[in-house]
Design a protein around this ligand. Structure first.
Ligand code: KE4
Length: 427
């Protein structure tokens, strides 16, 4: 495997003072081997590493960069905001504007609270759901990832699965006891848990499209059945749309699948690449939050003017043409990869919703976490490095989604399809 001396030196330096050399585990190439690449700058659909090597980027900062890197209007908005101060710790007009824009795009959200990450959003939504229902237990789905708050680090996807630790040490047994596990696309597994714990389940958390075990779409009736069973049992339905929000449709998965969750958590795109998260939903639930109500939740940098400016500039660029362009690019890539698989007589599974997709190295259709775990991660790792050698930067894990942005061109896609053929040929 070709190593890059500059990278190796940087990684050794980083590892001596940063655990694992990274500030988020999935970046460390644990799932694919080799040395993580230190990137220096980005523009549009491109990344450049510290040696000046150029890549077509399909990570997009793990989802936020739906307009590509450093889009002109977003950078201008950040610059303008920065000149007026970076953080006041006060109420600001921008926070109203961002909340209004989110509610415009996701009318099922009546009120919104801004936080600083997806993890903070889901952690806070959990506390709120428990307070509103006066119940303690939650249901999550194996392989779903809702950030790293204790209650969710049970059979979690994303980096937790990549590194083989889906249930993290350090999470108290009592916490784990309150987190019940169901199987994605299996409504009976949900009904069984609800039957075993009548009137004890505060909320069901779900990624409406799984994006942290690769991309796993919901089966046709699944989300509707989930809405029905939660309504019947006074359990809140929480859509974790940190990844799907504004990604799979302007109004996220709740628009795409026409389901009204009680609470929604957001992140990534809503900050246009700056640190942000949000959660929102029905007024009667959200008004329990301090200072309107007794449920405490706070944050020094919540509603930060720069993150708000970047988020607003990003959301203001999202219109029907955006999604038409994303769909046509994503479809072009899908058709190209499917043609390659056919030519090479490979039965791998390509799964996609909108501009988030995944190539699973398994012959089995992937409808849940266990299906995803049948993937040949060694073959994926070889493929990954072959694609890297062709100048294509993918998420360094089989258990992640990759993303297309409006900055990708047809030429980029055609180059990626040809790289995909060569990379698959020699795994
Ligand atoms: P953050 O705390 O990383 O902002 O958001 C956590 C989160 C919550 N919910 C969903 C559905 C998510 O996908 C995420 C974060 N996604 C991962 C990528 N699979 C972030 C990348 C990383 O951990 O470095």
């Amino acid at each position: 495997m070709k190593t890059n001396s500059n990278n190796d030196q940087l990684f050794n330096q980083a590892r001596s003072i940063i655990p694992g050399g990274v500030n988020s585990p999935v970046r460390a190439f644990g799932g694919v081997g080799g040395t993580p690449i230190f990137m220096d700058h980005a523009q549009g659909a491109r990344l450049w590493d510290t040696n000046g090597r150029e890549y077509i980027d399909y990570v997009g900062s793990w989802g936020p960069c739906i307009l590509g890197h450093a889009p002109e209007k977003v950078i201008a908005a950040i610059k303008q905001a920065a000149q007026r101060g970076t953080s006041f710790g006060t109420a600001t007009v921008g926070e109203i504007s961002l909340a209004q824009r989110v509610i415009e795009l996701m009318p099922n959200i009546e009120m919104l609270r801004l936080v600083n990450s997806g993890t903070e959003a889901t952690m806070s939504a959990l506390r709120l759901a428990r307070a509103f229902t006066k119940r303690d237990k939650i249901i999550k789905f194996t392989g779903c990832y809702h950030g790293h708050a204790d209650s969710f680090l049970v059979k979690a996807g994303s980096g937790a699965t990549t590194l083989g630790v889906p249930t993290s040490p350090g999470v108290p047994a009592a916490t784990v006891a309150d987190t019940l596990l169901a199987e994605f696309n299996d409504i009976d597994s949900v009904a069984t848990l609800i039957g075993q714990h009548p009137n004890q389940i505060a909320a069901i958390f779900i990624e409406p499209v799984m994006g942290n075990a690769g991309v796993i779409p919901p089966a046709k009736e699944f989300l509707k059945q989930l809405r029905e069973i939660t309504q019947q049992t006074g359990t809140l339905l929480v859509f974790d749309e940190v990844m799907t929000g504004f990604r799979v449709a302007p109004g996220g998965a709740q628009e795409l699948f026409d389901i009204k969750p009680d609470l929604t958590t957001l992140g990534k795109i809503i900050g246009g690449g700056l640190p942000i998260g949000a959660f929102g939903g029905r007024k009667e639930i959200m008004n329990l939050l301090a200072p309107a109500g007794p449920v405490y939740q706070a944050g020094t940098l919540s509603g930060n003017p720069l993150a708000v400016a970047a988020g607003l500039a990003t959301l203001n660029e999202l219109n029907s043409d955006t999604y038409k362009k994303l769909e046509s690019l994503a479809d072009l890539l899908e058709q190209g990869v499917r043609d390659n698989l056919k030519k090479l007589k490979l039965l791998f599974q390509y799964q996609r919703i909108g501009s988030m997709a995944c190539l699973f190295f398994t012959n089995r259709q992937v409808a849940n976490y266990n299906d995803a775990l049948t993937c040949d991660t060694e073959a994926f790792a070889r493929y990954y490095h072959n694609m890297l050698a062709e100048g294509i930067y993918l998420p360094p894990s089989q258990f992640e989604a990759f993303f297309i942005s409006t900055a990708h061109s047809q030429d980029d896609i055609n180059h990626t399809v040809s790289a995909n053929f060569h990379a698959l040929q020699s795994i």
